[in-house]
Design a protein around this ligand. Structure first.
Ligand SMILES: [Zn+2]
Length: 231
């Protein structure tokens, strides 16, 4: 039987053919575009595996040739994963900045309340002159804090937070004061000395500054605390 002669088969077949043709053209166009703009040898996610095919280490996809891989890098999946990765990397570096006291980019837990942005803050390393304990002084400026709000703080374990991959060597100090965004400071997960005089916080309503200071409990390795923020 010759199906080609059936009524309607030509237009139907033609439709399918042109759709896949368009797809081929599209992939070819993307591949050329990618070849012109991308140096594949510098792509950190490009990997040739032991079977001779190619993998995207970011998306964990398999590709039969370079062109297929390059077309993939122009696709939505890869672009989305790249954006996610970039956002996470930015978050990581800003957390380091936050913990080391440089004045930008603290960790921001997601909130539903309309926020006015992050408060200014300052982090200072302190040391008890008698016990030699290492500690941190946080000063958060909240000039726009709402009238009926008192700043709150709490410590959060690496496993409780949902912003980063949990790492047991870190914990977080969160300071919340609406309508500001809650900020989180990444600190080492060493036991905090809660004894009186060692841990204090103060909300100065007049200067609108929230201060909090604590010391880490001493261990046999006192110098650990000195490395608190270098991770
Ligand atoms: Zn990919």
């Amino acid at each position: 039987m010759d199906f080609q002669n059936r009524v309607g088969s030509k237009t139907g077949g033609g439709g399918v053919a042109s759709a896949s043709e368009a797809n081929v053209n599209r992939r070819e166009r993307l591949r050329k575009l990618a070849l012109e703009t991308i140096d594949i040898s510098k792509d950190p996610y490009f990997m040739k595996n032991h079977l001779g095919s190619y993998e995207c280490k970011l998306c964990l996809t398999l590709h039969t040739n370079e062109g297929s891989y390059l077309a993939h890098t122009q696709g939505k999946k890869h672009q989305t994963n790249l954006a996610r990765r970039a956002a996470r990397d930015a978050q990581d570096s800003s957390n380091v900045a936050a913990a080391t006291g440089s004045n930008q980019g603290p960790l921001q837990p997601r909130r539903t309340v309309i926020k006015i942005g992050r408060p200014g803050y300052k982090v200072t390393k302190v040391r008890d002159p008698v016990t030699r304990q290492m500690g941190l002084l946080f000063q958060v400026q909240l000039p726009q804090i709402a009238n009926d709000v008192t700043p709150r703080h709490r410590f959060m374990s690496a496993y409780e937070q949902k912003i980063e991959e949990p790492n047991k060597s870190h914990q977080y100090l969160l300071v919340a004061a609406e309508p500001y965004e809650t900020i989180g400071f990444k600190i080492q997960s060493k036991e905090v000395d809660q004894s009186s005089g060692k841990f204090w916080s103060h909300w100065d309503k007049d200067s609108k500054q929230f201060s909090l200071q604590f010391f880490f409990k001493n261990t046999s390795f006192e110098n650990d605390a000195a490395n608190a923020n270098s991770h």
